[in-house]
Ligand binder design. Sequence first.
Ligand code: IMP
Ligand code: MG
Length: 422
Amino acid sequence: MSVDVLLGLQWGDEGKGKIVDVLTPGYDIIARFQGGPNAGHTLEFKGEKYVLRSVPSGIFQGGKINIIGNGVVLDPALFKAEVEALEVSGHDLSKHLYISRKAHLILPTHRLLDLACEAQKGSGKIGTTGKGIGPAYTDKTGRNGLRTGDLDYNFEVKYKEAAARHEILLQQMNCEYDLAALEKEWFEGIDFIRKFPLIDSEHFINNALQNGEKVLAEGAQGTLLDIDFGSYPFVTSSNTVCAGACTGLGISPSKVGKVYGIFKAYCTRVGSGPFPTELFDETGQKMRNLGCEYGSVTGRPRRCGWIDLVALRYAVMINGVTDLIMMKSDVLDSFETVKACVAYNINGVETEDFPFEINDSVKSVYAEFPGWQTGMTKMQSESEFPKEFNAYMSFLEKTLDVNIKIISVGPDREQTIIRYAE
Ligand code: IMP
Ligand code: MG
């Protein structure tokens, strides 16, 4: 059997959590392959709302195995808080959640370093989530990291060495901090992690595939935040693209089946960095209000703008997307006109290719569509779609050269319309 990959095509917050939950009944294993608690995957069903950060979004569909893969960075303290909150709401994860022994740990000093590096950058700051993501991945590639599998091997000594190394850096940056309180919480998290099966997830997943089981790899953040292909340096520190599922889970590219690329009918970004279609006017504010565009991890207002098909086509190419999923089209239900960026004008020259760098000289060229001005949140089949909406959707499919397989018309699990059912 193959591994299907679901990932974001924009700057994150496309609605991956909701769709993983919707697709989970068709899979045996759901696995996160990169990122960490910078993610905030929001799911709504039966009147309840959950925000998942490190836990895969397959835990609510009974009995499925959920795996935190080797490509993920895990903060034990935040993981404990997240799992305990789920337990309070009646979800016991202990039998369904496995953690890779090769997943790297986010140390308390990684969090402090993240904040200190951002402060040092001043107005050039990335606008990170402050969760220690960059420093943890830096230690991983610098071959200084601690993995969950290290818990059984001289762990305290390794921790002390790493923390001491970080403290030298923090002192060089003139940071003031209280490490003791953070460490207490962190070591409680370490004890908590020991309750979960720490597994060699690459063996586990490949054996499962051999036995005919189906795996869904759940991406976090989005393609435009990818460390290699995103709007560098305003990116996260992991490979959010499809290839990241191979390295982040230990599966061969030949095992990848479908690649679900998920995008919003408009576009958002949180944190700093270029965003060619950003709207600073009341239209952007309307998107923010109607789409509740505030960060689920940091609470920051998200920057909003029209859909960017130059960037999306690039994301489709990099990921080899086989099926598109369009989210939050209902947010545009009341708009008179809907726009889509079809090209960039860079110093008078138009291009449809995503450039090396996006700076102030990149101007968006738009196609305009009449809005559908029809409430779509209660629709249950595509036969109900207004013709203006169909025209918008067809244009996107044609431009991106991939079919839109799922349309989400509201936050609830039920507000999902699947086209081309298999
Ligand atoms: P970091 O991943 O915390 O280092 O943040 C780097 C950049 O990625 C910042 O612009 C963040 O706002 C952004 N980012 C990280 N995780 C997410 C996410 O899950 N959704 C949206 N943006 C994110
Ligand atoms: Mg999010």
